[in-house]
Design a binder for this molecule. Structure first.
Ligand SMILES: [Zn+2]
Length: 407
């Protein structure tokens, strides 16, 4: 077989951007992805790519009911590797500050605008076009391994229910590696540009601290115990925790996110609630995070009663653990080769600053997972856009990578 070239697998740029524009025009904030899921299903079905709905139900906390859309190309050799292509269909809730229709899909100066244009309908369009191109590779008998496409719901929501459900239903069990086409460099730990591969991500825990003091007349605060003051001291102390460090992922971090307390009348506040974000690197477990918080409480020797509670989740397995994918993994090599072929340059290597479905794949499912995605600006905000040429480039890189990795 001859060495792959960009032209051999190239997607049609106009069709790719047209697909992206159509999807941006279908609003799909998390928990409201139904119309877009139907669109993705129909698009695949029109091309005889055998899509299936995969139901996602979470009756306990969110009462969410929705559907992932999945499709599989079956390679000729059951022993060849299976590659997962994962993209989320949902966006954040539409932001109010847009000066135009947030779902316009307007294209100007090589930028396509809309809520979710970059995060990550662009990445979704890229994997859909790549999957279509790979179906031809399969039809030519040149695909040995399987390619599994998963367009998932609720990545932006509180629990990543779509990808969580893939894992819990065993759909990722036979996969050997994963590509997630989330926006790349803009959310990287370091200052890099596309083309880039992000080979890991920090993990994240969210916990609540409830502080119970003792009410008293506000003119005599020494007779009470102010939960507000104690929670404030605790918030400051938590930022002084010595966090872990990792050679690839950098440092962990602690950020108190919210402090609720107060008194409408002249009383010493008796209760406070402090919500804390902790980003962790490999080696920092849930036990360590809890122990650190308990130590901060102990250090201050507070008179208030303090309780630390991790966020309730629909399933104990739902957690965003940190992961790193080995630079020497064959998927990384295939991505580097494909990037050279498509973009004519080596990709930058980096690590993701925050968390997402890729943590579920990289940590929980244990899959070597790489993020490669088109970049833009104003992600999650008004004026979000994606660079259209990068959408096409990522589609080509993913196609060629899959053809090689599974070929
Ligand atoms: Zn995203």
């Amino acid at each position: 077989m001859t060495e792959a070239t960009a032209s051999e697998f190239a997607v049609d740029p106009e069709e790719t951007i047209d697909l992206l524009q159509r999807m941006v025009r279908i609003p799909s904030p998390y928990f409201e992805e139904h119309d877009l899921a139907e669109f993705v299903y129909e698009w695949l079905d029109d091309r005889d790519l055998d899509p299936e709905y995969h139901h996602v139900s979470e009756p306990e906390i969110t009462e969410y009911e929705g559907d992932n859309v999945i499709a599989r190309l079956e390679g000729s050799d059951p022993d060849a590797p299976t590659l997962l292509l994962n993209a989320h269909m949902d966006t954040v809730k539409l932001v109010e500050d847009w000066e135009e229709d947030p779902c316009s899909g307007r294209i100007e100066d090589g930028k396509l605008y809309g809520q979710g244009a970059c995060d990550m309908k662009a990445g979704l369009a890229a994997v859909m076009k790549a999957f279509e191109a790979l179906a031809e590779v399969e039809a030519n008998g040149e695909l040995r391994g399987d390619v599994l496409l998963t367009a998932v719901v609720d990545e932006e929501g509180p629990y990543g229910l779509g990808t969580d459900r893939l894992i819990r239903d065993g759909i990722t069990d036979d996969c050997d590696a994963a590509i997630v086409t989330e926006p790349g460099p803009i959310l990287a730990q370091e200052d890099i540009d596309n083309p880039a591969l992000l080979l890991g991500a920090r993990g994240r825990y969210l916990y609540d601290i409830t502080v119970k003091g003792k009410a008293a007349h506000g003119s005599q605060p020494h007779k009470g115990v102010s939960a507000l003051v104690d929670a404030g001291r605790l918030a400051e102390r938590l930022t002084e925790i010595e966090v872990g460090s990792h050679e690839k992922l950098g440092d962990g971090s602690v950020c108190p996110l919210m402090l609720n307390s107060g008194s409408q009348t002249l009383s010493v506040p008796e209760r406070a609630r402090l919500m804390v974000d902790r980003h962790v690197v490999i080696g920092e477990s849930e036990e360590r995070v809890r122990a650190d918080a308990e130590q901060a409480v102990a250090d201050l020797d507070l008179d208030s009663e303090v309780e630390i509670r991790f966020r309730e989740a629909p399933d104990p397995g739902i957690k965003y653990g940190p992961y790193v994918t080995d630079e020497d993994h064959p998927l990384v090599g295939a991505l580097q080769d494909a990037t050279r072929s498509v973009a004519g340059t080596d990709p930058a290597l980096g690590y993701f600053a925050s968390v997402g479905d890729f943590n579920y794949l990289g940590d929980r499912a244990g899959l070597p997972t790489v993020i490669v995605g088109p970049d833009g600006e104003n992600i999650h905000g008004a004026g979000e856009f994606v660079y259209t040429d990068e959408v096409v480039e990522v589609a080509d890189i993913v196609t060629e990578t899959a053809a090689k990795f599974c070929g």
